[in-house]
Every structure is written in C-alpha cells, then in structure tokens.
Design a protein around this ligand. Structure first.
Ligand SMILES: [Fe+2]
Length: 167
C-alpha cells in the first residue's frame, strides 16, 4: 500500500469512466504533436502510396490539417535540400519516415535516420538535405501552419538544387 497519500481507490479505476478524460481529437502539446507524427510514421498505409519523387523540385503533399496545425509529407531524392531557412512563427516536428537526412545548423550537422524526430521552436533555423545515395521521406508538423520560410545565408550550405518550400 502506498503510504505517501491518503487517497485510496477501491476497485478498478478504469471502470470509473466519468473520471477519465475523453480522448482528444487533436494534439495541443509538443508531446502530442510528436506523438501524432510517430503514429502517422507507424501507419504506412496513410502515406506510402502518396509519396512521389521529383528530381526537378522537392515534392511535398499536405497530408492533414487540424485546428492551427498542418502535416506535410515530403520526399527527397539524393542531393535535394532546403538551404538554411527559418519557419516564421511556426513550431515544428520533423520526423524521418524513410531513408536518412542531414540537418545542418550553426551548431553543426546531425544525421537523422528513419524514426528520428526533431522538434523546434519559432526562430529555429536549419538546412535539411539528403546527402545519402537513396531517396528519403519525411513528415513535418507545423503549428501554426507554415506561412513563411525565410531563407538565411549560405554559410552552412553546400551548392545544390534549392527550393523554398516546406521543410
Ligand atoms: Fe525546416
């Protein structure tokens, strides 16, 4: 018996339905947005058939929207990257679904394998590129939805095809 509390529950707490919070229809915390991304990542039927690869421009598809947030699916052929950019007032969760991506910031480079997640706040800047020899797919949740993607300097970016779109 737990002696740190005077509260004792008799019976099965899960049987007391009115004490349980109803399931949320939409995420509202960082952990919930990261969880949404992980649940989509785990359910390939939601996204695998939608993925396309375009060697001339980075491909992206808005997979889902909700109150104040958007979920984007992106593909990356080898060599495609964003260039150093910010996300305006948006926070984000980047999740690698397939392949691997490299994220460069002013603090260095980080290899992101399938399943890796990066959560960032407004004001965060990075350069994301597929430096591998295989295509990659990623999922991006933005809250609020991404309305601008200001490009920053070129100091951290090697020459490559660039597209100022979602990342
Ligand atoms: Fe980005």
């Amino acid at each position: 018996m737990n002696s740190d509390s005077d509260l004792q529950i008799a019976g099965d707490i899960l049987a007391v339905q009115h004490l349980l919070q109803p399931a949320k229809a939409h995420p509202s915390t960082v952990a919930e947005f990261a969880g949404l991304a992980r649940s989509i990542a785990a359910d390939r039927a939601q996204w695998a058939h939608l993925v396309d690869y375009d060697a001339t421009t980075r491909w992206y598809h808005r997979l889902r929207t909700g109150p104040g947030y958007e979920v984007w699916l992106l593909s990356w052929v080898p060599g495609q990257g964003t260039g150093m950019h910010g996300h305006g007032d948006s926070s984000g969760v980047l999740t690698v679904l397939e392949g691997e991506l490299t994220e460069r910031t002013d603090k260095g480079a980080r290899l992101l394998n399938a399943g890796a997640q990066r959560v960032f706040a407004p004001g965060y800047a990075h350069d994301v590129v597929n430096d591998s020899l295989e295509p990659a797919v990623s999922l991006h949740v933005y809250y609020p939805g991404l309305t601008e993607m200001p490009m920053h300097g070129t100091a951290c970016s090697a020459p490559r095809a660039r597209d100022a779109v979602t990342a």
